[in-house]
Design a protein around this ligand. Structure first.
Ligand code: XUL
Ligand code: CO
Length: 437
């Protein structure tokens, strides 16, 4: 097969002074930061859907992407060829992982049986290419939202047959993930939500979503798949309300249905902002519950209110992200997955390289800055000191559950008024962050 990117060789680290747009300025896979290589900290993954299936179409116009290797046919042969191109790209970029939906990699057939056959035929090539390049599967997932059968949702559909189809699709996607040595499996509830409550039995729909997840947990055990399960929160789009709306809602849902021990969260930046939160907020909610698993790295646009999935280049964003990731112990099964797409106007294959190189460099900088802030220790010490009143006396007694209402009342009656005696020092802390940027 002729090379799809003949003019591009392996992307190298050339350091911050390099002016080569096809080189890393900050991502040096082998460099050790805070006790681990950048490679092991960041565990970058390329997504199959945007990078190899994205057409550049939007609600106002057709696709624009130039992908000369793709013959445009919905055939297994074209899909197999595309798989080889994908690995040429990932290998040249030097990302250690990739991720897919079942329907990204292989064409959907007229029946589930046919789709499964197509999927196996392309999975064979994925396996060969993984072995050839050493690139690994971070996670797999099933597309339970594009086909019109999922118009009312998948596991939350009003039609039990649609649930059955979705469950069968998840079963197969889990099997292929397992076969390819995937380190995780993600559930993003594409249409698991509602457009109007007038036609919706919310309690029943949520119980059905939990049923699918319990079935998956049982099947995982049955086939011996050891990868991590993730739920990916998103508040809306395509539905007006998704049941997995944000990290807190997901955690509550998982707890309510006894699923929490089996899942972690895959936090996506643009989903966080659609939910009216910052990425940092979502990471802290997940981390505090010991459920921070992986991230879908991208960003929205301040002036556009939808899921634009842009490549992340904002150093504050990557710094705050990596501050939280490091704080909760770093990635184990998860990684930094670029669920991001080049703009419709960036239609040349070369743009795929620029986009990923920029994202990887932005995260490498975020990692280095966050590690330096952790090492410096002033930020963590400030937070510790801010809560010092809880480490002794009445604070300690209350926190440990040993103080009664009566004792607390007696204490405060004796104490008199309590003055607001400590500043929050927000500006000081923002300046401190800027010392490292
Ligand atoms: C959609 C989204 C998905 C999931 C995988 O907004 O983020 O691509 O990451 O289904
Ligand atoms: Co995503």
């Amino acid at each position: 097969m002729p090379a799809a990117f003949p003019t591009i060789s392996k992307i190298k680290f050339e350091g911050p002074k390099s002016r080569n747009p096809l080189a890393f300025k900050h991502y040096n896979a082998k460099e050790v930061v805070a006790g681990k290589t950048m490679h092991d900290h960041l565990r970058f993954a390329v997504v199959y859907w945007h990078t190899f299936r994205g057409t550049g179409s939007d609600p106002f116009g057709a696709g624009t992407m130039q992908r000369p290797w793709d013959d445009g046919s919905n055939t297994v042969a074209n899909a197999q060829n595309r798989a080889r191109v994908a690995f040429e790209f990932i290998e040249k970029l030097g990302a250690p992982y990739y991720c897919w939906h079942d329907r990204d990699v292989a064409p959907e057939g007229a029946t589930l049986g046919e789709s499964n056959k197509n999927f196996d035929a392309v999975a064979g090539v994925l396996k060969e290419e993984q072995q050839r390049t050493g690139v690994k599967l971070l996670w797999g997932t099933a597309n339970l939202f594009s086909n019109p059968r999922f118009v009312h949702g998948a596991s939350t559909s009003c039609n039990a047959d649609v649930f059955a189809f979705a469950a069968a699709q998840v079963k197969k996607a889990m099997e292929v993930t397992h076969e390819l040595g995937g380190e995780g499996y993600t559930f993003w509830g594409g249409r698991e939500g509602y457009q109007t409550l007038l036609n919706t039995d919310m309690k029943r729909e949520q119980a059905h979503l939990a049923r699918l997840l319990h079935l998956a947990v049982a099947y995982k055990k049955q086939i011996g798949f050891k990868g991590q399960f993730y739920i990916e929160p998103k508040p809306k789009e395509p539905t007006k309300h998704q049941y997995d709306s944000d990290a807190a809602a997901c955690l509550n849902f998982l707890r309510e249905y006894d699923l929490l021990p089996h899942f972690k969260l895959n936090i996506e930046t643009n989903h966080a902002t659609l939910a009216g939160h910052s990425m940092q907020h979502e990471l802290e909610v997940a981390g505090a519950a010991k459920a921070l698993g992986s991230i879908d790295a991208n960003t929205g646009d301040e002036l556009l209110g939808w899921d634009t999935d842009q490549f992340p280049t904002n150093i504050y964003l990557t710094t705050y992200t990596m501050l939280s990731v490091l704080k909760y112990g770093g990635f184990t099964t998860g990684g930094v997955n670029f669920d991001a797409k080049v703009r419709r106007e960036s239609f040349e294959p070369l743009d795929l390289f620029y986009a990923h190189i920029g994202g990887m460099d932005a995260f490498a900088r975020g990692l280095k800055i966050a590690a330096a802030i952790h090492k410096d220790g002033r930020l963590a010490e400030f937070v510790k000191q801010r809560y010092a009143s809880w480490d002794t006396g009445i604070g300690k007694k209350i926190e440990s559950g040993k103080a009664t209402m009566k004792e607390i009342e007696a204490y405060i009656l004796k104490q008199g008024e309590v003055a607001p005696n400590t500043s929050g020092r927000q500006e000081y802390l923002e300046n401190l962050i800027n010392e490292f940027i």
